[in-house]
Design a protein around this ligand. Structure first.
Ligand code: AMP
Length: 292
C-alpha cells in the first residue's frame, strides 16, 4: 500500500503516519525527518536545507525528489510506504507520478487531514511542550513566527495539491480535528473503502484490538447465555404454573365428586332409613289392627 498524507503543519500527519506504520507494517517516509537528519549529519543536502528550513521556507524540489527517489527503492519500502510531508508542490507531485510510473508502483490514496487553522498554533505549542518534557530537542522551526511562514507556504504551494489529486480521483479528506484514534479509524475505513487494505490483512492493531475486544465479546456472550436460561426458566415456569392450576382443578373436581358421592350415599342411606322406618311403622299398625 502506498499513500500520501496531506495537511498543514500541526495537522497530525506525523502522528497518524506512525500509527499507520504500526497497523499496516509499512514504512513512514517523512522528508522533514530526512532533511533534519541530513542537517544534523552535515551532509551537502543538509547544508543546503538548513537555512531554508529554519526560516520556514521550502527546500528546492529537485533536492527532495532526489531523496524520495532513492528512499522508495530501499528494501523496507517494498511492502509499501506512507509519504509524510511529500509532495509539497505541484512539480513534486508530477515528479512523484513519473517516479512511480517508472518503478511500476501504484499510488493507492492521498489522505488530506483537514484542520481548523486556529487550532494549529496551540497544537504545535503542545507538541513543543511535550518534546521538552521528554527531554527531546525542540525543532527550530516550531516557533510562532516560523509556523506562520510554514502555514503561508502550505497555503500557497501545497494546497493546490488538493485539487491535483481530487482531479485524479485519489483524494480522501478526513476531519483532522477529531480525536487521534478517531482519525486513525476514519483513515482505515477510507482505505478499506478504496480497497487499499483488505479486511483480514491489517495486522497488529486489528489483531490487538480484536484481542482487546475478545473479553468484552465473551462477557456479552456469557450475559446472553445467562439470559437464555433465565428465559427458559421463565418459559418452564409457565407450564409449571399451568400444571399447578391443573392439579388444583383436579383436586377441586375430585372434592366435588367426593361430595357428590357422599351426598348420594347419604341420600340412599336416608332413603333406606325412611323405607325401614316406614316398614317398621306399617308392621306396628298391622300388629295393632290384628290385636283388635
Ligand atoms: P516537516 O517536518 O514536514 O514539517 O518539514 C520541515 C521542513 O522541512 C519544512 O518546513 C521544509 O523546510 C522542509 N521540507 C520537508 N519536506 C519538504 C518538501 N517535500 N519540500 C520542500 N521542503 C520540505
Amino acid at each position: 500500500m502506498r499513500i500520501i498524507l496531506l495537511g498543514p503543519p500541526g495537522s497530525g500527519k506525523g502522528t497518524q503516519a506512525q500509527l499507520l506504520v504500526q497497523r499496516y507494517g509499512i514504512v513512514q517516509l517523512s522528508t522533514g525527518e530526512m532533511l533534519r537528519a541530513a542537517v544534523a549529519a552535515g551532509t551537502p543536502v543538509g547544508l543546503k536545507a538548513k537555512e531554508i528550513m529554519a526560516s520556514g521556507g521550502l527546500v528546492p524540489d529537485d533536492v527532495v525528489v532526489g531523496i524520495i527517489s532513492d528512499r522508495i527503492e530501499q528494501p523496507d519500502a517494498k511492502h509499501g510506504f506512507i509519504l509524510d510531508g511529500f509532495p509539497r508542490t505541484v512539480p513534486q507531485a508530477e515528479a512523484l507520478d513519473e517516479l512511480l510510473k517508472h518503478k511500476h508502483m501504484k499510488l493507492d490514496a492521498v489522505i488530506e487531514l483537514r484542520v481548523n487553522e486556529s487550532a494549529l498554533l496551540s497544537r504545535v505549542e503542545t507538541r513543543v511542550a511535550q518534546m521538552r518534557e521528554r527531554g527531546e530537542e525542540v525543532r527550530l522551526d516550531d516557533t510562532p513566527e516560523v509556523l506562520t511562514k510554514r502555514l503561508a507556504s502550505y497555503r500557497s504551494q501545497t494546497e493546490p495539491l488538493i485539487h491535483y489529486y481530487s482531479e485524479r480521483r485519489k483524494l480522501s479528506t478526513i476531519d483532522g480535528m477529531m480525536a487521534i484514534d478517531e482519525v486513525t479509524r476514519a483513515i482505515h475505513r477510507q482505505l478499506l473503502a478504496l480497497g487499499a487494505v483488505e479486511p483480514k490483512t491489517h495486522g497488529k492493531t486489528r489483531a490487538r484490538s480484536a484481542a482487546k475486544a475478545a473479553p468484552a465479546k465473551k462477557a456479552a456472550k456469557r450475559a446472553k447465555a445467562a439470559r437464555k436460561p433465565a428465559k427458559a426458566a421463565q418459559k418452564a415456569a409457565k407450564p409449571a404454573k399451568s400444571a399447578k392450576k391443573t392439579v388444583k382443578g383436579a383436586k377441586k373436581a375430585a372434592k366435588k365428586a367426593a361430595k357428590k358421592a357422599a351426598k348420594k350415599v347419604a341420600k340412599k342411606t336416608a332413603k333406606k332409613a325412611v323405607k325401614k322406618g316406614a316398614k317398621k311403622a306399617a308392621k306396628k299398625v298391622t300388629k295393632k289392627r290384628a290385636k283388635r
